[in-house]
Structure formats: C-alpha cells, structure tokens
Design a protein around this ligand. Structure first.
Ligand code: DC
Length: 240
C-alpha cells in the first residue's frame, strides 16, 4: 500500500471561518480541498431538483449513492461545487439549503453513504477539508486537526455580511437565532455530533483576521509535517 497522503482537517460550527481559511490553505499548499458541508448541501439540492421528499429514506439514500460531487477552492468566494456534472449556483449557500443539509446530516445511514465520497477526496499531494466530523470520523488519521470556533455573535455578523453581499434579504437577529439552533442540532445529534477531536488544536477566530488564522494553521502544519517526516514539493511553496 502506498503511504497515505497528508490530510489537514478544520472542524467547527457554522460561520467560524473554516471555509475561508481552508480554501486559502489548500491553494497555498497546492493541495486538494473538500468542503464537506457542501456535500450535505449538494444532496439537499439534488433532492429538491428530483422532487424527492427528504423523509423517503430509500430514495434519499439512492440519490446519495448516485451523486457525483466535485469541489474546487475559489477563495475569497465559496468553493466551486459541481454536482452530477453541473455547476451549482448561489442557492447552495442559502440558509434554507443549510437547514435541509443539517436535517439530512442527522441520519446515520445518509452519513455513511456520504463517507466514501468524502474519503475519496484524499489524494496526493494532500487534502485540506472542513466540516463538523472530519477529524473525529472521516479522517481520524489526519496529520493536523484544527477545531475553529468564534463567538455566536461574531459568526452571525460574518454570515450577515456574506449573505447581504450576495443579495439575500436577511436579518441579524434571525441569523443569530438560526446559528444557535443549528449549533445545538449539530452538537446534540447522535450521529457524528459536532465536537473537537481529542487531539485537535483549538483556535478561536473571534478576534483574528482570516490571514492570522491561516498563518497559525500553516505554522502548526509545518511542524506536524516535519515531525511526521512528510516532505512535498507543494509544501515548500505554501509553507515557506
Ligand atoms: O458547513 P455548512 O453550514 O455548509 O454545513 C451544512 C450542514 O451540514 C451543517 O449544519 C451540518 C452538516 N454537516 C455535517 O453534519 N458534517 C459535516 N462534516 C459538514 C456539514
């Protein structure tokens, strides 16, 4: 068996900055990038397109099995997502899609179908991935696991600015409440709840810029790769 290629995982609640940080890290490293939240959002999108009721588990599982998913980093925009050969639009990032994704994500059988798809994203020279259970369940062997948080107020603010820029009509109070409800649902579900891996490094981004978080993460990664004796050409361009 060839040695596994290195994986950097970023887990944490919605709005902590995982996507922004993860994509920049991936581009600097020349590594692949997987936005695992987009996998659940993509399934929500497919179900809507095929008019499949999210309660019809057999149909949902079939759609999940058949789903073809590609993710390409595109900072500072969200990653470019291609679902079953078609480029997904801004609707994938709506609060409504996030809510359905969070509902689907509670079902262990759906999670287990989507596990293979996520693990397949790990290819040389390396993978940067973000989500809720990337370090705990999907890539427990990751060379570095980050748990990225920020206060709920700060996350609501960031989400508000993002959605406003995209032309969505949202209220800060509504987003704050939705963020708290989604945090609770993601943290309290039985299947792969949102929690830091025992060996994760905690980073609170409340008072940090994206660039400061990226620098911290890449410094930690450099040390871990050195300790693990992993040396890649891409590592040079991103980490020096
Ligand atoms: O990160 P996001 O907001 O795009 O994720 C959408 C939902 O998908 C989130 O509420 C929970 C779920 N999710 C998950 O259960 N596991 C992951 N690894 C990523 C996302």
């Amino acid at each position: 068996m060839p040695p596994e290629s290195p994986v950097l995982t970023l887990d944490g609640p919605s709005g902590a900055g995982k996507g922004a940080v993860g994509q920049i890290c991936a581009v600097r490293l020349g590594w692949h990038y997987l936005d695992s939240g987009a996998v659940y959002r993509a399934l929500a999108h497919v179900l809507e397109k095929k008019s499949i009721n999210i309660r019809s588990l057999d149909d949902v599982l079939k759609a999940a099995h058949e789903m073809n998913f590609e993710c390409h980093p595109n900072p500072p925009e969200p990653a470019r997502i291609i679902i079953n050969g078609e480029s997904a639009g801004a609707e994938l990032r709506s609060e409504a899609a996030g809510e359905i994704a969070s509902e689907l994500a509670r079902e262990p059988r759906i999670r287990s179908v989507l596990l293979g798809l996520q693990r397949n994203a790990s290819r040389p020279p390396g993978l940067v991935t973000d989500g809720r259970d990337m370090g705990t369940v999907v890539f427990p062997q990751a060379v570095l696991k980050i748990f990225l948080t920020a206060s709920p107020e700060e996350r609501a603010h960031r989400r508000y600015n993002q959605l406003k820029l995209k032309g969505f009509d949202v209220s800060l109070a509504g987003l704050f409440q939705a963020i708290q409800e989604r945090d609770t649902r993601d943290a309290e579900r039985n299947a792969s709840p949102l929690k830091a891996a025992a060996d994760a490094v905690l980073v609170d981004s409340t008072d940090l810029t994206i660039e400061e978080v990226v620098t911290r993460v890449l410094n930690l990664l450099r040390t871990r790769l050195e300790i693990a004796g992993i040396d890649t050409v891409e590592q040079e361009s991103g980490l020096t």
